[in-house]
Write a protein that binds this ligand. Structure first.
Ligand SMILES: [Zn+2]
Ligand SMILES: [Zn+2]
Length: 363
């Protein structure tokens, strides 16, 4: 979600030489005049910035040529016939679907609220985690070794940050699928019946602070580790002003919520989540439940046994399944959905079924 954003913020900061050992997040907070603007600007969704959209569109055109117009899915989850480039890139049944309209409403609501918790959580959780990390390292190993910074270290920082982010994302995501009270929130992401680039940001507004706190912790930890080893002078390697690996893998992420089922060779899918693997995550078929939980890599799904690499042309119908989909179709149904579930839990003692159980009987 916010992999690129926080990394962007981290690139803009480094502690001045000769001062006390501070981390990039603490330094960021000190730059109060630009802080709020940077954070809000950096949180513009990766796939909605015009330059990234153009790159995504260009790659989609390449896919059209490479797949000879195949691979696109309709709103029913079935592969579409080749009806030309425009219908391939922007199929009418996907972009006029009620689910796509709900995506817009939820996105607007979440974006209005996002600066509130982004600023508050990044200004607190990020620096706090970084400072704790530095303190632990200082107490374990004494003074910083003050390593010499070079581009290889910067790349490693970019990669390490991403791996930390992906791990925390995995843990939060897994928990959201398995704990009924949290599934009530995350279900809103899964109630999408079609996938569009906006589905990436389709979350209940309550989920925002949870993801933000996780991002802040992971980047704070990575910043703390590298700040200790480089005495505060580390900066992340960037590409187009975004953390190098976040940029490369952000493009990968742009296709996660796109209707074209884009596979990687099997060996690569074992390391990086292909867009088709996230199609599987959004499927309501039983064999696809609770799979492919990480944001970027396949490492944690492999480690914890949730990896699922789909076959070419595997049927992955999206949504929460016919049994409950009608309860999560409109904008307001999705907004009040978690509150209804919690109310049911408190009154009846019954918990809203999690990702798997909620869909039982639908296949
Ligand atoms: Zn999920
Ligand atoms: Zn998704």
């Amino acid at each position: 979600m916010a992999a690129n954003s926080v990394a962007t913020a981290a690139t803009q900061t480094s502690a001045p030489a000769g001062t006390e050992l501070t981390d990039p997040f603490t330094e960021m907070v000190r730059q109060a005049s630009t802080f709020i603007f940077d954070i809000v600007a950096a949180n513009t969704p990766f796939d909605l910035r015009w330059d990234r959209l153009l790159i995504t569109l260009f790659l989609a055109c390449c896919l059209f040529l490479f797949y000879r117009g195949r691979g696109g899915r309709g709103a029913d989850g079935r592969e579409r016939e080749n009806k030309g480039l425009l219908a391939y890139l922007l199929p009418k049944d996907i972009y006029t679907h009620v689910s796509a309209k709900v995506d817009v409403g939820l996105w607007v609501l979440e974006r209005i609220l996002r600066p509130l918790w982004t600023v508050s959580l990044f200004a607190t959780v990020g620096p706090f985690t970084a400072q704790i990390t530095i303190d632990v390292f200082l107490s374990l190993f004494d003074a910083s070794p003050a390593l010499e910074i070079n581009y290889a270290w910067m790349l490693l920082y970019s990669l390490f940050s991403l791996l930390c982010y992906d791990f925390v994302f995995y843990v939060i995501h897994y928990t959201m699928h398995k704990v009924p009270a949290l599934w009530a929130i995350h279900k809103i992401h899964h109630s999408a019946e079609v996938l569009t680039p906006l589905t990436r940001g389709r979350e209940h507004f309550i989920a925002g602070p949870i993801w933000a706190a996780g991002s802040a912790m992971s980047y704070g930890f990575a910043a703390g580790v590298f700040t200790y080893f480089f005495d505060g002078s580390i900066v992340v390697a960037t590409l187009f002003n975004v953390s190098f690996f976040s940029f490369i893998l952000g493009l990968n992420g742009a296709f996660r919520h796109y209707h074209i089922q884009f596979h990687y060779p099997h060996w690569l899918a074992k390391w990086i989540q292909s867009p088709a693997m996230h199609h599987t995550h959004h499927s309501y078929l039983p064999q696809h439940w609770d799979t492919n939980m990480a944001a970027v890599t396949s490492i944690y799904d492999r480690l914890f046994g949730t990896l699922y690499i789909p076959e070419k042309n595997e049927f992955t119908p999206w949504g929460i399944g016919p049994n409950t989909q009608h309860e999560y179709r409109s904008f307001w149904q999705n907004v009040i959905g978690p509150f209804k579930d919690w109310h049911k839990m408190i009154r009846g003692g019954s918990s809203p079924q999690n990702g798997a159980a909620a869909q039982s009987g639908n296949s």
